[in-house]
Ligand binder design. Structure first.
Ligand code: SF4
Length: 452
């Protein structure tokens, strides 16, 4: 292994020492599966948020190389006001901090650690705990180097923030002073750092069973296949939602294959069905259950599927951090038994905000009781088919009218949509009074009442 233990490897080791050892000593096994696009997106998001948070302390100097301790030292000797990514290392340990800011009152640097999560774990929770450990790792190294630090701070996204116009960094981020919480952990984390270093520097592979032998499939890491190579192809770990107690019973009885689970072993209905199906090697079709379900359906039937993506940094006005942004839907409608399916779909391919199409999606779902052509203005149909060529405001207004005309106001579903409409109104996308059906008024929307 490289002689220094990095913060990332230390944190991996806290999760699972065996996995961390493989990462360092057998990287081919650790990296056997490339990162998924989901994982890559998490990394990219983290990098984007790191860079954005630098704007809270602008005009800093970036230490570009992950091992440039010399530049870091020079910048600190010169009391450079803001340093991004300063690097510190001892004989055994290495770390980079996110932002150092010179405090001319205390004559010390304050440390800021940026995280891409929201501040929803304010009352504690695993993530906050992880972040304190992360900062404690850095502080221990700084202590070893004799570098006195002022405050230790955590920067996270403010989940309550709603973007209006340009992003307001001071509102988007929440800065918490966690100096006391981190200082309380220094001793405990110091011991763990020493333990992790000894374990990871050793060439001797950790022996014994993988701890995950008593955890369901979803908890196993990417090196599980290597560490648990003696497990059968369809192991008991793959039984849906199996808990630790049941898994321990099976493993302690040397039952590893789903095919060997005894018929009298206590399982939930779904788990028993899975095991029986695997053991009989025959497909299972719950015909009566399916019939019962289908009998509850009333024509016309509509089948709606839609896609959204979350944006950690709010992209558009009215959006919060990590708000889901809908951009695509597919709707199939059958008007009566034997009729052909009619398919409507939409994908947003432009640069702006596709939010208005939330309406389209929900409205079409609200309107599933009637054929679309019958109730949706040709403009909307046209919009579904050719994209946003039509006037957006007209479409939003039209959808608003349709919601009022076609849905029962005693239905909670109605209010769900009314809230969405309210958001449109708030951002001046819809002129409510101008489009209310005869006899209606803004007062029919409680949220509008609150604001007027
Ligand atoms: S499967 Fe579990 S115990 Fe085994 S290396 Fe992976 S995380 Fe660690």
């Amino acid at each position: 292994m490289a002689k220094s233990l990095s913060k990332t490897n230390f944190l991996t080791c806290l999760d699972c020492s065996k996995n961390a050892w493989l990462k360092i000593h057998k990287p081919d096994i650790y990296k056997k599966y490339p990162l998924s696009s989901f994982e890559l997106n998490i990394i990219n998001t983290g990098n984007q948020i790191d860079e954005l948070a630098r704007g809270l302390f602008p005009n800093g100097t970036l230490v570009e190389s992950r091992d440039d301790t010399e530049l870091t030292e020079r910048l600190m000797v010169n009391k450079t006001t803001v340093i991004y990514q300063p690097v510190f290392s001892t004989e055994k340990l290495i770390t980079a901090s996110d932002i150092f800011v010179w405090n001319s009152i205390t004559n010390l640097y304050d440390l800021y650690e940026v995280k891409s999560s929201t501040s929803s774990e304010e009352g504690g929770g695993r993530k906050t705990e992880d972040y304190l450990i992360d900062i404690a790792f850095q502080k221990n190294i700084l202590n070893d180097l004799g570098i006195e630090i002022g405050t230790l701070n955590l920067i996270r996204l403010n989940k309550e923030y709603v973007r209006i116009g340009d992003i307001n960094l001071k509102e988007l981020f929440i800065i918490e002073n966690v100096t006391d919480q981190v200082n309380e952990k220094l001793g405990e984390i110091r011991q763990k750092m020493e333990g992790a270093y000894e374990l990871l520097v050793s060439d001797k592979e950790p022996s014994g069973h993988c701890d995950c032998i008593l955890k369901g499939w979803n908890s196993h890491c990417t090196t599980s296949e290597y560490s648990n190579h003696d497990l059968p192809e369809y192991p008991v770990h793959a039984i849906a939602r199996i808990n630790k107690k049941k898994l321990t019973e099976l493993v302690d009885s040397n039952i590893f294959s789903i095919h060997d689970v005894p018929t009298d072993f206590e399982l939930s209905d779904n788990q028993r069905r899975q095991v029986d199906t695997a053991q009989s090697d025959k497909e299972y079709i719950d015909s009566s259950g399916i019939s019962e379900f289908l009998e509850t359906m009333k024509y016309p039937l509509a089948f709606l599927d839609y896609e959204t993506y979350p944006s950690a940094i709010p992209k558009y006005s009215g959006h919060r951090p990590y708000q889901q942004i809908p951009f695509q839907f597919s709707l199939h409608v059958i008007n009566s038994h034997g009729d052909e399916l009619t398919h409507y779909d939409f994908i947003y391919t432009e640069q702006g905000c596709p939010d208005e199409f939330v309406f389209l999606i929900w409205i079409t779902s609200v309107l599933s009781g009637v054929a679309l052509e019958e109730c949706v203005h040709p403009t909307v149909i046209n919009t579904i088919e050719v994209g946003r060529e039509t006037a957006d405001d007209n479409m939003a207004n039209l959808l608003f009218v349709l919601l009022f005309q076609r849905t029962d106001r005693n239905d909670p579903f109605f209010w769900k949509h009314a809230v969405m409409l309210h958001n449109f109104v708030k951002h001046n996308l819809v002129n409510v009074c101008a489009v209310m059906p005869t006899g209606g008024s803004c007062a029919d929307i409680p949220l509008c009442q609150e604001e007027t």
